[in-house]
Design a protein. Structure first.
Length: 272
């Protein structure tokens, strides 16, 4: 297998939504986040292979190149019948299909009758589309997602993904990566008592993805209002993006649509 050092000397930056073209027998190789991806075009089929990289390999760029070589045979392959004779490839970002429980590394206390905005970086999934019609082949997470159960009992609740975060209060401190989307979360504590934020259930399927002029991905903001206790919190998905995101274009719609007004009432699992 080609080493990371060798490939970086000839690789270029990947981009969401860009059109790539292969000839039969060619493979497009990607390195992003903690994942390697190989997409191969043959006369009658597309083949996709993926492999995790070591967690201590701290990637900052999405690197890709077209090559004629394949990984070792121990990397599993998924085969797809070629839907048409087109040689095009597109890669689109997607939020996870399950809500994501965000856990700050250090819990954050919001005093009574006050509010704050935290900036959460959410890991994305990669959608792979091929051919002249952009036929959807598959999507894959760019890191192994952790699962958790959120609910009062083992019978009442929902299965979610779990992710740790620094819950940064300053946008400039948020690392910008092509495989992460930034979500501003405004938490309003209308109670007299402090609110201890130990985890937060982010409704990722309800969030669309937008790209600004710098290539950073943003979602609409989320507002949480806590009036009496955590079980009565209300959540609203904003219709527009925050001004600090800059001028943005829609890259991917939300997987699910919110109710009219974007308000989710009695969402008793916001704080787990």
């Amino acid at each position: 297998m080609t080493t990371s050092l060798e490939t970086q000397q000839t690789m270029q930056d990947g981009q969401w939504g860009a059109e790539y073209t292969l000839e039969p027998g060619q493979t497009q190789y990607h390195e992003l986040c903690h994942t390697r991806v190989w997409v191969t075009l043959l006369e009658q089929e597309w083949q996709i292979r993926s492999q995790r990289m070591p967690d201590d390999d701290d990637q900052e760029r999405w690197l890709q190149r077209v090559t004629g070589t394949l990984p070792d045979s121990d990397v599993d392959v998924q085969r797809f019948v070629r839907p048409d004779q087109g040689c095009q490839l597109h890669y689109l970002p997607a939020m996870s299909s399950l809500a994501t429980v965000i856990r700050p590394y250090q819990p954050l206390t919001i005093p009574g009758n006050s509010e704050c905005t935290i900036y959460v970086g959410t890991l994305l999934w990669m959608r792979i589309q091929a051919g002249s019609k952009g036929t959807h082949l598959m999507e894959l997470p760019l890191a192994d997602p952790s699962l958790t159960w959120v609910g009062r009992t083992t019978m009442e609740g929902e299965l979610c993904y779990s992710a740790a975060t620094f819950a940064r209060l300053v946008l400039d401190a948020v690392p910008k990566r092509p495989w992460r989307a930034i979500t501003p979360v405004r938490i309003i504590n209308e109670r007299e008592e402090p609110l201890l934020l130990e985890r937060f259930n982010l409704p990722t399927p309800l969030l669309s993805l937008h790209r600004n002029e710098k290539g950073h991905l943003w979602t609409p903001g989320v507002t949480v209002i806590c009036e009496t206790d955590m079980n009565s919190a209300r959540l609203k998905v904003d219709h527009s993006l925050v001004a600090v995101a800059g001028r943005c274009e829609l890259v991917a719609p939300a997987r699910e649509q919110t109710a009219r007004g974007g308000l989710i009432r009695a969402y008793d699992r916001i704080f787990g």
